[in-house]
Design a protein around this ligand. Structure first.
Ligand code: C2E
Ligand code: MG
Ligand code: MG
Length: 527
């Protein structure tokens, strides 16, 4: 124990001699050092490792331990001798250099270098998972004017605020980086679904178009965003970044304050979706939505006992649009709750008409989107309507998807319970295609499983589809549920399903979805 050690540890020599690590180190560290010493005794030699210690003044210091065993003349082990090197200053300057090399000093965001590293990493991971990575190149429009007229200090403030606003638009796992000047990059890894990209791009454009208050002045800028996708638009970071830059220039050329995709096909699709979205708002007001009805039969008897309400959009110029082409847009734009309410209103009105016209009793099932449960307005609307209409709740069924149950929100369980109390039965739609957690089948009030069309399609040719279908039917029955197969197109499929014990079926073999008048005629003709 020398002078330097006394100073380092903050104790006098006489306090140290004869003590063990347990007397001079915090307990958690002492345990580790003791174990390392023990290992060295068991395996005599030299040991070097980096560690951190706490001196008595409470300061944490980074050190290198060099320890060695030494022996007596007869070769038996005598003890350990150790040297401590204080490397705290070096560590701190290393950390500082690392910060400076990887982060932008003004905004605190990752810089170009770190973005490149993360991009490389995300590309590797995405290859393994077979999903996609989106890169956005954001350039502030008219930033130079702010800088020139209000001064650099104001310009810096605006950039810091812009950085904060962009960060607020993305998930925690995404990276927002400053590329330099008034250019930012956003890295969105692990995207299973591209609809999120456009939502984020629109959010960023909107938030940056809000005024920036800089001391006495308010400044206005906007943003042009270029979007590229890995692997679609390039297989290496250099190409991806170059393409994002090019897409950003395209957005500028188109008039700024907008986003643009690198690939023309993606750009065309995005524009199409934007246009459809605008028209969809109008569709509700102009009563362009329609419900079609498809019968669901008892497979054994051929008796029609249910029907599914399927939404169509009668577009004035484009004709009938299928739900797959506009429901995702409605969900993105937050229109699904009002559309859902419209569907509930129309479907309950139809069910009431059929009841009053003395048609054979039919349960009409209505499709719902997970977002409707998240907000709950349209379900509230349905429950209220059922209370006020002279319509038995058993005449209505809801179809929910596995995604509805995914986040196990207590509100969803409560809503399902209220529907159940009102006599409304629930089917789990597209079963087998999502993240099926068997546990919720047991816990929640579900009455029917609907086997997805993708399994039914290849029943006759693909033995594993047949096996899955048989297993779903057997499991459903064990749990006391009835099973519906959708998309039955051939007699052979119907035969196989019947043999597997499937209860109900729906598909073009029996009838396609049809407008109400046609459906009523179908029922009156005996199905
Ligand atoms: P889904 O609930 O699984 O509906 C079954 C789909 O399969 C319907 O497509 C139906 O027309 C189609 N189909 C029925 N039988 C056959 C067949 O034998 N062969 C083939 N190839 N297809 C068949 P559609 O009407 O295009 O609806 C697509 C999806 O849109 C529905 O899938 C449902 O998830 C959603 N959807 C429909 N209406 C609504 C609605 O009012 N609200 C919500 N949130 N979603 C809806
Ligand atoms: Mg359905
Ligand atoms: Mg389905």
């Amino acid at each position: 124990c020398n002078k330097a050690f006394e100073q380092f540890i903050g104790r006098q020599r006489n306090e140290l001699l004869g003590r063990s690590v347990f007397d001079i180190s915090p307990p958690d560290l002492a345990e580790r050092y003791h174990a390392a010493d023990q290992a060295l005794f068991d395996n005599p030699g030299i040991q070097t490792y980096e560690a951190s210690v706490q001196s008595t003044d409470g300061l944490r210091r980074d050190v290198i331990f060099n320890k060695a065993t030494y022996s007596r003349a007869d070769g038996t082990l005598a003890g350990l001798v150790g040297i401590i090197t204080d490397i705290t200053d070096r560590k701190q300057s290393e950390a500082l250099i690392w910060m400076q090399a990887n982060y932008d000093a003004l905004t605190g965001l990752p810089n170009r270098r770190l973005l490149n590293e993360r991009l490389r990493e995300s590309m590797r991971r995405s290859q393994r998972r077979e999903d996609c990575v989106a890169v956005m190149f954001i350039d502030l429009d008219r930033f130079k004017e702010v800088n020139d007229t209000l001064g650099h200090e104001a310009g810096d403030k605006l950039l810091m605020e812009a950085a904060r606003r962009i960060v607020a638009c993305v998930r925690e796992t995404d990276t927002v980086a400053r590329q330099g000047g008034d250019e930012f990059m956003v890295l969105l890894p692990g995207l299973a679904d591209r609809s999120a990209i456009e939502r984020i791009a629109s959010d960023i454009i909107q938030t940056l178009a809000q005024p920036f208050s800089l001391d006495a002045d308010a400044a206005y800028v906007s943003a042009s965003i270029g979007i590229t996708l890995f692997p679609q638009d390039g297989d290496n970071p250099v190409t991806i970044l170059k393409n994002a830059d090019q897409a950003m220039y395209h957005a500028k050329e188109e008039g700024r304050n907008r986003y643009s995709y690198f690939s023309p096909a993606m750009q065309a699709q995005a524009q199409e979706r934007l246009r459809l979205g605008k028209e969809l708002r109008r569709a509700l007001r102009n009563q362009e939505l329609r419900l079609y009805y498809q019968p669901i039969l008892q497979l054994a008897s051929g008796h029609v006992t249910k029907a599914e309400a399927l939404l169509r959009w009668a577009h004035p110029e484009r004709g009938l649009i299928q739900p797959g082409d506009f429901i995702p847009i409605a969900e993105e734009l937050g229109l699904i709750d009002s559309i859902g309410s419209w569907v509930f209103e129309e479907a309950t009105a139809a069910a009431l008409r059929w009841y009053q016209q003395d048609l054979p009793p039919i349960q009409l099932t209505i499709n719902t989107s997970p977002r409707q449960f998240a907000k709950g307005q349209s379900l509230e609307f349905l429950l209220e309507r059922l209370q006020h209409l002279p319509l038995d709740g058993a005449r209505i069924g809801l179809e929910i998807t596995e995604n509805t149950l995914l986040d196990e929100h207590p509100a969803i369980t409560a809503q399902l319970a209220r529907l159940c109390a009102a006599g409304v039965q629930v089917s789990l739609d597209d079963f087998g295609t999502g993240y099926s957690a068997m546990a919720y089948l047991k816990r929640l009030d579900i009455d029917y499983l609907k086997i997805d069309r993708s399994f039914v399609r290849d029943l006759a040719t693909d033995p594993s589809d047949l096996a899955i279908t048989e297993a779903i039917i057997a499991m459903g029955h064990k749990l006391g549920l009835q099973v519906v197969a959708e998309g039955i197109e051939t007699v052979e499929q119907r035969q196989l399903l019947l043999a597997a014990g499937c209860d109900l079926g729906q598909g073009y073999l029996f009838a396609t979805p049809m407008p109400e008048a046609e459906f009523i005629a179908y029922l009156q003709a005996g199905g």
